[in-house]
Write a protein of this length. Structure first.
Length: 195
């Protein structure tokens, strides 16, 4: 299934908070680079639509994990936190975080295709994600924790929730990691070959 079809299918799963969700989607699609931005400057899907590809992939993986591990968690929660956990990578409306790198040497020799926009106010990506989402969509405590701490214990600042993570936080962290390091790197075929 094509990326935009997968994205549309995920959007249809949001029912209870459809109105605020649709307002946020309208902002993302109309006033940010949501549909085209990369997921990073160099490594992780540093390509057009990289962030959308990653976000849809994380939401889909999270729904699969939920089905087996925590079916009591609403699908809608999984879609919202999965799709929007990295929206901080957009920067702010009218101020994209990632700009095409105009330094040809850096692009050619280091593979750094994008650079950080110096006009975007500095803050952690998870904090910016939470800031953007909560202006439009009301979140439960568990959803807020999941977005804020989705990088798990790889981030020193996240130690404050160590061993106190909500199930949704753990599932989002695993889905994010699995999507980025297994599916997006193409290692899922190697796993399937060993099974």
């Amino acid at each position: 299934m094509e990326l935009l079809d997968r994205y549309e299918a995920l959007k249809q799963k949001v029912i209870d908070r459809k109105e605020p969700f649709d307002r946020f989607i309208t902002l993302l699609e109309g006033e940010t680079t949501w549909l085209t931005t990369p997921a990073s400057t160099r490594y992780h899907l540093a390509e057009k639509q990289g962030l959308l590809k990653h976000s849809a992939g994380v939401a889909e993986t999270l729904l699969r994990f939920r089905e087996t591990l925590a079916p009591a968690i609403p699908e809608e929660s999984c879609v919202i936190v999965g799709m929007f956990h990295d929206t901080g990578k957009l920067g702010m409306p009218g101020k994209p975080l990632y700009l095409p790198n105009d330094n040809e040497w850096m692009v050619k020799n280091r593979g750094i295709r994008y650079k950080i926009n110096p006009d975007v106010v500095a803050m952690g990506l998870a904090v910016r994600s939470l800031y953007l989402v909560t202006q439009y969509i009301p979140l439960s405590d568990a959803e807020a924790q999941a977005i804020a701490y989705h990088d798990g214990q790889y981030i020193d600042d996240n130690k404050i929730v160590a061993h106190k993570e909500e199930p949704l936080t753990l599932l989002l962290h695993w889905a994010d990691y699995w999507t980025a390091h297994i599916y997006e790197e193409g290692r899922d075929t190697k796993i399937n070959d060993r099974i």
